[in-house]
Design a protein around this ligand. Structure first.
Ligand SMILES: N=c1c2ncn([C@@H]3O[C@H](COP(=O)(O)OP(=O)(O)OP(=O)(O)O)[C@@H](O)[C@H]3O)c2ncn1[C@@H]1O[C@H](COP(=O)(O)O)[C@@H](O)[C@H]1O
Length: 107
């Protein structure tokens, strides 16, 4: 399993968004603004759904990667951190009482 995490990608996005490298796709996207980034998220979401319905495993992996990347860029453009989203998911898991069950090895 790769040790690369969404937090790693988020840190790279933060650095590239703040860079002055004209070749950075992240920087270009951020300059185009929330409307363009949101459009990309929508496109990648549709492409992800199509790959899933077509049972295209390799295509789905690539589309999910595109979607996660563009989602993180959109969150950054609107000032929503990955930590906030993880805290929300954590809160929902705690509320459902399933966190302990998931941590326990199967009987
Ligand atoms: N994960 C990604 C990633 N996923 C997809 N993409 C880019 O997303 C774009 C999607 O392609 P499309 O054909 O849908 O879009 P497009 O050709 O730009 O056309 P438009 O729709 O924008 O008109 C491509 O240019 C991909 O390179 C990504 N670009 C960057 N990253 C990560 O961001 C890091 C920093 O990248 P830079 O900012 O370019 O240095 C990289 O090291 C990667 O880790």
């Amino acid at each position: 399993m790769t040790g690369f995490t969404l937090s790693d990608l988020d840190r790279i996005i933060a650095a590239r968004a703040a860079s002055d490298d004209a070749g950075s796709y992240t920087r270009k996207l951020m300059q185009k603004g929330v409307g363009k980034i949101a459009q990309k998220v929508g496109e990648e979401a549709v492409e992800t759904a199509i790959a899933a319905v077509e049972n295209d495993r390799e295509g789905l992996t690539g589309e999910v990667a595109d979607l996660l990347y563009h989602l993180l860029v959109l969150m950054r453009a609107r000032g929503v951190s990955l930590d906030e989203v993880m805290a929300e998911l954590d809160r929902r898991t705690a509320q459902s009482g399933l966190a302990e069950k998931a941590a326990r090895p199967p009987e």
